[in-house]
Design a binder for this molecule. Structure first.
Ligand code: AMP
Length: 301
């Protein structure tokens, strides 16, 4: 594996989050932060994003301490901010406020040293920016993309275009229903596959994830966590863990993809144990492998 084969594009944010188990304000968050840190456990990525002049330097230092290349993080104006609330139904965040700030005028500028990125994770960000990134890449091996209800409501056409141009599209169950106007996930997945991706992954929060490829599907369990403190970033940690593993293995056949989904679920489950990226700060490779094996045992019958 060459290092920095993976490119992660998404938000680097300051989040204020409240759950039944506590709260944080202006803590490190953003889809690219979660995804790139999860990815770094397998294959340290490069990031494309933007923060403001107000973004604490120690957060960038933390990302760099994980081996992440932050050259592609621009700095301008005020940092993107998100405020969310989880009630006892911890599967879905209620967005209280989204302040796009510097993200509103962000335009993609890929450092020349990033152009050869082979594995690309387009984490949740404006789909128009996701399309700009796809246009700027030289010869990507695999493009994985994620989105969220905010963009499906405001830029559905662009979200569908991103789907047409990616190899694997990841979204959660509510978003799949919203995007395709059906309650049936199998139907939504087959409509998505008709648009062009080779695989569609539907995340079901604590209940795991479903992988659909033409004519096949695989169901990954959620890890049964006793203590969920803050699910923010679980989707991004899932995607980041998955692409990091695929890049490390250097292949994405069905079997590798299934394993990658389990690693993604493992990273997501650790992430939910604490607020912001705090659990990722202490997480070890040994803990990841231990939980991966537990997941394997759980599926044996
Ligand atoms: P997740 O819980 O995996 O869906 O992602 C949560 C992260 O997404 C938070 O850290 C937010 O900063 C970030 N976020 C929230 N809204 C948006 C948005 N509209 N676009 C991109 N990122 C967002």
């Amino acid at each position: 594996m060459r290092s920095h084969d993976v490119l992660v594009v998404g938000t680097v944010a300051l989040d204020s989050v409240k759950t039944p188990f506590g709260n944080v304000s202006n803590a490190l968050g953003g889809s690219a932060s979660y995804a790139s840190v999860a990815c770094s456990f397998f294959s340290p990525p490069r990031i494309i994003s933007i923060v403001g002049e107000d973004f604490p330097k120690e957060h960038l230092a933390f990302l760099q301490s994980k081996g992440i290349d932050t050259l592609g993080i621009q700095r301008k104006g005020k940092t993107f901010r998100w405020e969310g609330l989880y009630e006892f139904e911890m599967n879905e965040a209620k967005t209280l406020k989204t302040e796009l700030n510097s993200l509103a005028t962000f335009s993609i500028d890929i450092p020349p040293s990033y152009a050869d990125s082979r594995y690309v994770f387009l984490a949740n960000i404006d789909p128009a920016l996701q399309l700009d990134v796809i246009d700027s890449l030289k010869d990507p091996t695999l493009i994985v993309a994620d989105t969220m209800n905010f963009w499906i409501s405001s830029k559905k056409k662009e979200v569908l275009k991103v789907m047409e141009r990616t190899d694997i599209f990841v979204l959660n169950d509510g978003e799949a229903r919203q995007l395709f106007g059906t309650v049936n996930l199998l139907k939504a997945a087959s409509l998505a596959l008709n648009l062009g991706p080779k695989a569609v992954i539907i995340k079901k929060g604590e209940h795991g994830a479903l992988l659909y490829t033409k004519g096949k599907h695989f169901s990954a369990p959620g890890y049964p966590l006793e203590e969920v403190r803050d699910p923010t970033g679980c989707g991004d940690s899932f995607g980041g863990g998955m692409i990091g593993y695929l890049a490390k293995e250097g292949k994405h056949d069905e079997r590798t993809l299934r394993r990658a989904i389990i690693y993604g679920s493992v990273l997501a489950s650790f992430n939910a144990e604490d607020f912001s990226l705090n659990r990722m700060r202490t997480l070890t490779q040994k803990e990841i492998e231990g939980r991966y094996l537990e997941m394997k045992e759980m599926r044996e019958f």
